[in-house]
Design a protein. Structure first.
Length: 135
C-alpha cells in the first residue's frame, strides 16, 4: 500500500500543479476581466484560485493591463489605483480541516498617448512589458 501511494504521488503533484489559474479570460477557475469606467479608465482584475501564487496574480494582472493598452491603440499605461486582496477559506471534515487562500489583483489604469517626460513607477511601457514577460 505504501508503494502504491509513493507511485501515485507524482501524478497528484502534477494534478495539483495544473489546477492553478493560467493566464486566461475569467472563467470557473479564475482569470482576468476588464471593465470600462465612466471616466474612460479601465478597471482590470485578475483572480487566481487556491493554487495560484500571489506573484503570478500580480504578473498576470500587469500582463492584462499591457495587452489591453495595446488593443486600444496605446503604448503606455498608468496605474491610477491598485489593490491586492487575499481570501482565505477554511474547510472542515470529521477527519480535520484545511484552509485555502486565493489572491485577487485589481488595478485602475489610464492609457497614455505618449511616454511622459517625468518618470514614475506607476507608468509602464505596454509593448516592452509584453516583450519581457509575455509568453
Amino acid at each position: 500500500m505504501r508503494y502504491l501511494f509513493l507511485a501515485a504521488l507524482p501524478f497528484f503533484a502534477l494534478l495539483f500543479y495544473s489546477c492553478s489559474t493560467s493566464y486566461q479570460a475569467a472563467g470557473f477557475t479564475g482569470g482576468y476581466k476588464d471593465i470600462l469606467q465612466p471616466n474612460g479608465n479601465y478597471l482590470v482584475e485578475f483572480q487566481g484560485n487556491g493554487y495560484t501564487s500571489k506573484e503570478d496574480v500580480s504578473k498576470y494582472l500587469l500582463r492584462r493591463c499591457a495587452e489591453l493598452t495595446i488593443q486600444k491603440g496605446f503604448r503606455y499605461f498608468e496605474i491610477i489605483d491598485q489593490k491586492n486582496t487575499d481570501n482565505t477559506q477554511f474547510f472542515y471534515s470529521p477527519k480535520g480541516g484545511y484552509s485555502s487562500t486565493s489572491y485577487v489583483g485589481k488595478a485602475e489604469i489610464k492609457f497614455l498617448p505618449e511616454k511622459p517626460k517625468a518618470a514614475s513607477e506607476s507608468i509602464y511601457d505596454a509593448k516592452l512589458y509584453i516583450e519581457m514577460y509575455g509568453d
